[in-house]
Write a new protein. Sequence first.
Length: 159
Amino acid sequence: MPCAADSATVSAGARQRPRLGALALAAGLVLTACAPGGGRAAASPSDEPILVHVTLADFAIASSQSAFVPLKRYRFIVRNDGSLAHELLVLPPVKPGLMTPEAMRALALGVVEARNLPPGGGHVLDLAFDKAYPAGALELACHILGHYEAGQRLPIVVR
């Protein structure tokens, strides 16, 4: 829809300067409102999540990125290239058998369940890290019985 400003008449004399200032302000507001997006700030590329490609194979995890920044949004594109179902948890390292699966999921910052990652399947996980995590404090891991022990984990850092 076209945007039109109301016209204003400015009288000559001493009253002209204040009215010109008001008119300039009004014109600026009209130009802003008529700009693409109706005066709303356009989304900048930094508003878009950063894509992280994660590939799970039988007993291995590969990621296009392993260092992250707090408060930035990430979109993990997770793919299972293995012949077995896998899961992906973003959590502190947990030795197998020390926690129940429910407790691990409660501790995790992000989870993609095995039902969403069958062989050949994929899933998307959106995540923003709330704070910094030093090296060794977080990892991407699969905790399906025997997978973690076979090496299906990848340390990550958030700084």
